[in-house]
Design a protein around this ligand. Structure first.
Ligand SMILES: Cc1cc2nc3c(=O)[nH]c(=O)nc-3n(C[C@H](O)[C@H](O)[C@H](O)COP(=O)(O)OP(=O)(O)OC[C@H]3O[C@@H](n4cnc5c(N)ncnc54)[C@H](O)[C@@H]3O)c2cc1C
Length: 298
C-alpha cells in the first residue's frame, strides 16, 4: 500500500502507512500494517470499505488489540480502528445504545454513575465494546452477551443491517463476528437493570480486587492465552505440568497465572507461538487434553 492509494482514499480521519502493530496491541507485538485508518464517522467507514472492496484489499477491524497476536510479518492490508464518532453512549431508562469504539472501562464508569448494573464483572477488561462483543467477553460466570438486545452492523459491501442477540451466535469467547470477519460492528443496544449505586460500586471494587490478585498486570499480555477446556481451567493444567516461568525469548508463562503469557520486553510473535506449542505438548502428554488458543492469531 503506497501513498498513491493514500491520496485516493479521502476521509476526515487518520491514515498511516506502515503502522507498527506492536503499538496497537496489548501484547506489544506485531509487524507493520500496510495501512492503518481511523474512520471518524460512519461516512468515513463506508469510504474505507468501498476502497477495500474496489481495490480487493483485505481489512481487519481492531478494538484495543487486547485479544490479538499479530504475526511478525504484519498485516498485508488495511487495519481499521473506529474513531470518535463511534464512541458515543445514549441512554434511556434501563437501555443504552453504545458505539462499538467505546472503551469498556468508560462504559462501566457511565453505567455505575447512572445506577445501571450487569457489567460489574467485566471491570478491568482492557477492550472496546466492539472487541468485547466479538469475543463475548466474560468473567466470574457473567458474559456481555447476556446484556445485548441488538447490534448494528455494516458489511464489506456497505450494506447496513441489525442483528438480534440470537443472530449473533454467541458462545464461549466467540460470536458470528469471529467467523465472518467482513462484518463490522458499529453500535450495540444493551439492557441493564437499575440497582443501587452503592451496591454497584462495591461489586466493582470486589471484582477489581480479585483481578489484581490473580492477574499479572505489570507486563504486556493478551489475557488468557488458551480457552478453558470443560471441567479444568487451562491455568490449572498449565501449572500442573510445571510450565510456570517457562520461556522462549522474552515470552514467558506468568508465575502468577498459568494461562497468561507475558512479554518481558522484546518478545516476538514467533516466540509466543513457540511457547504456546510447548505448553500444548506438555498438557497433551500429561492430561491427553489439547488446549485451544483463545488469543486470535492474525
Ligand atoms: C490483562 C487482560 C485481562 C483480560 N481479562 C479478560 C477477562 O476477564 N475476560 C475476557 O473475556 N477477556 C479478557 N481479556 C481479553 C480482551 O481484553 C477481551 O477479549 C476484549 O473484549 C477484547 O477487546 P478489544 O477491543 O481489545 O478487541 P481486539 O483484541 O482488538 O479484537 C478482538 C476481535 O474483535 C474484532 N473486532 C474488534 N472490534 C470490532 C468491530 N467494531 N467490528 C468487528 N470486529 C471487531 C477483531 O477483529 C478481533 O477479531 C483480557 C485481556 C488482558 C490483556
Amino acid at each position: 500500500m503506497q501513498s498513491r492509494e493514500k491520496r485516493r482514499l479521502r476521509i476526515k480521519g487518520k491514515i498511516v502507512i506502515n503502522q507498527p502493530m506492536k503499538e496497537l496491541t496489548s501484547l506489544k507485538i506485531g509487524g507493520l500494517a500496510d495501512f492503518f485508518v481511523i474512520p471518524e464517522d460512519i461516512d468515513d467507514l463506508k469510504a474505507v470499505l468501498n476502497f477495500c472492496t474496489q481495490e480487493k484489499i483485505p481489512f481487519l477491524v481492531i478494538g484495543n488489540g487486547s485479544k490479538l497476536l499479530i504475526q511478525d510479518e504484519g498485516f498485508k492490508g488495511v487495519v481499521i480502528k473506529l474513531g470518535e464518532g463511534f464512541k458515543k453512549i445514549r441512554n434511556e431508562n434501563e437501555e443504552l445504545i453504545v458505539g462499538a469504539g467505546v472503551n469498556l472501562s468508560s462504559l462501566i464508569d457511565f453505567t455505575a454513575k447512572k445506577g445501571l448494573s450487569g457489567l460489574e464483572s467485566l471491570i478491568g477488561i482492557p477492550g472496546t465494546l466492539g472487541g468485547a462483543v466479538v469475543r463475548n467477553a466474560s468473567a466470574f460466570g457473567e458474559s456481555l452477551s447476556q446484556r445485548i438486545i441488538w447490534a448494528k452492523v455494516l458489511d464489506r459491501n456497505n450494506s447496513g443491517f441489525t442483528l438480534s442477540r440470537k443472530d449473533m451466535d454467541f458462545d464461549y469467547r466467540t460470536s458470528i463476528f469471529l467467523k465472518n470477519k467482513d462484518l463490522i460492528l458499529v453500535e450495540v443496544k444493551l439492557s441493564l437493570p437499575f440497582d443501587s449505586k452503592e451496591k454497584i460500586i462495591s461489586r466493582l471494587k470486589e471484582t477489581n480486587r480479585k483481578k489484581i490478585q490473580t492477574q499479572p498486570l505489570s507486563f504486556p499480555s493478551a489475557g488468557c492465552i488458551f480457552k478453558n477446556p470443560s471441567f479444568y481451567s487451562a491455568g490449572y493444567l498449565i501449572q500442573s505440568t510445571g510450565c510456570l516461568g517457562m520461556r522462549v525469548g522474552d515470552a514467558q508463562v506468568s508465575f502468577q497465572h498459568g494461562n497468561f503469557i507475558i512479554n518481558r520486553g522484546e518478545a516476538q510473535a514467533k516466540d509466543i507461538i513457540q511457547l504456546m506449542e510447548k505448553i500444548r505438548k506438555k498438557v497433551k502428554e500429561k492430561f491427553n487434553i489439547l488446549l485451544e488458543p483463545e488469543v486470535e492469531i492474525i
